[in-house]
Design a protein around this ligand. Structure first.
Ligand code: NIG
Ligand code: FE
Length: 429
């Protein structure tokens, strides 16, 4: 067997292997840990995983491969961040200060600030400015170990600016090692020009924006030839009183589904109005936030294929004290994933390591559970569980070397960066 990249002697190699789908229940705690582990890669894919001696014995000429010595270190899959609002212009530092003084997120939004504030800045920015403002965030994500991320539109709220955001996502995906998965989210807020006419805005999204975006393809050129990719893989809705109610959310998601798009939903962040159940009913790939989800809806979600994505950085960022009831969901057999929710309002955090630290404390996940939720289950929250999120033969060679000898340092330590080396598609980046 040939390899062009070898990682050997890892004190702990976490495969996070889960051939049968996402990890549920007790399986969430199983990291597939191999002591003195090694991974061999060829042309960006994993070709062997096991103990160092076994992997070396399987290779025709181990000296032909670029070798990374991980003695005394942890090796694991790159983090997958399945919920971000990465692309935006400007910031909202002043709103953060207002919230400390007592204003709520929804009050600020209803007064024309919040998401709408970022919409104004994003509409005013050129494509180049938008890309330039976003790149440092993408660099920070990569440095902290994220190798694939979902990115939502939703700071345009008119067709031109939503398309500009999709263009920005595509350009960033092309020029940066992190793979980006685009989600169309014109239903992120009701723009000021539709104030009091939410149904009219829903009409616009359903009748004009969604058909335009669902049909849009970008051409990708590779040495092997050209192919076309969808401008947006998923459609997402902020299902919340005062934003889009359950019926409006259903209309948008049903229209997206009819156009062949995958579905996601912001559900139960502030009030439980049925978003989680809607996700289950429509076969959404994920339901996200789930802070206020009722027992009944948690049970329905747990029994469904829909992945529950918890975003503990958001309540933390808002200074709230209520988090996704992850232990209950796991007990019920649900599939839990973690994401940052990176955005300029509630959670400007690029680091999945910090999210793991929060999840251990406030969701009461063990470090092992949190790592699986941030890798293999997060990949499933993007429908990519067969290609990324674990160290298994045939998968993309996206992996991390941590500068620590024990995986539990993830979660235990916070505020810093334990990632020493990031490997994306078999390349040290
Ligand atoms: O997931 N809840 C809606 N959207 C984001 C916040 C976006 C913003 O405030 O800019 C969230 O928390
Ligand atoms: Fe979000």
């Amino acid at each position: 067997m040939d390899a062009d990249l070898l990682i050997v002697n890892a004190a702990q190699l976490l495969t996070c292997a889960s051939p049968g789908g996402p990890k549920r229940g007790a399986a969430l705690a199983d990291l597939g840990l191999i002591e003195d582990g090694a991974v061999a890669c060829l042309e960006g894919r994993i070709v062997a995983v096991g103990r160092t001696a076994e992997v070396l014995a399987a290779l025709d000429d181990p000296s032909a491969a670029h070798t990374v010595d991980a003695t005394g270190k942890v090796v694991l899959p790159g983090f997958v961040d399945p919920h971000t609002h990465l692309v935006w212009a400007g910031d909202r530092a002043d709103e953060f200060e207002q919230r400390i003084a007592g204003a709520t997120y929804m009050q600020i939004m209803q007064a024309g600030g919040g998401i709408m504030r970022t919409v104004r800045a994003t509409r005013a920015a050129s494509l180049d400015e938008l890309v330039a403002q976003t790149l440092p965030r993408l660099d920070a994500m990569l440095a902290h170990g994220t190798t694939t991320a979902e990115v939502k539109t939703g700071y345009g709220l008119d067709l031109d600016t939503e398309l500009k955001m999709l263009d920005a996502i595509r350009l960033l995906d092309e020029e940066h090692p992190i793979d980006l998965v685009p989600t169309f989210m014109a239903a992120h807020a009701v723009p000021t020009e539709f104030r009091g006419r939410t149904d009219a805005y829903v009409d616009l999204v359903v009748n004009e924006m969604l058909p335009a975006v669902a049909d849009l393809r970008y051409r990708v050129e590779t040495p092997q030839g050209e192919y076309y990719v969808r401008a947006a893989d998923f459609c997402d809705v902020f299902c919340e009183p005062g934003v889009f109610d359950l019926d409006q959310s259903r209309r948008i998601l049903e229209a997206a589904k009819a156009l062949g798009m995958g579905l996601k939903i912001h559900a139960d962040e502030f009030e439980p109005i049925g978003g989680a159940m809607l996700a289950v009913a429509l076969g959404a790939v994920s339901a996200d936030h789930l802070v206020r989800t009722t027992d009944e809806q948690l049970a329905a979600l747990a029994a469904s294929p829909t992945i529950a994505v918890s975003l503990p950085g958001t309540p933390f960022g808002l200074g709230h004290h209520e988090y996704t009831r992850a232990r209950r969901l796991i007990e019920l057999g649900g599939a839990l994933a973690l994401a940052t929710d990176l955005n300029p309002g509630t959670c400007w955090c690029e680091s999945m390591q910090f999210i793991i630290a929060l999840a251990c404390r406030y969701l009461r996940l063990t470090p092992a559970e949190a790592i699986n939720a941030a890798t293999i289950n997060a990949a499933h929250a993007l429908g990519l569980g067969q290609y990324i999120g674990s160290l298994e033969v045939g998968k993309q060679a996206d992996l991390l070397v941590l500068e620590v000898p024990d995986y539990r340092h993830l979660g235990y330590r916070f505020g810093g960066n334990l990632v020493e080396t990031v490997i994306k598609r078999g390349q040290v980046v």
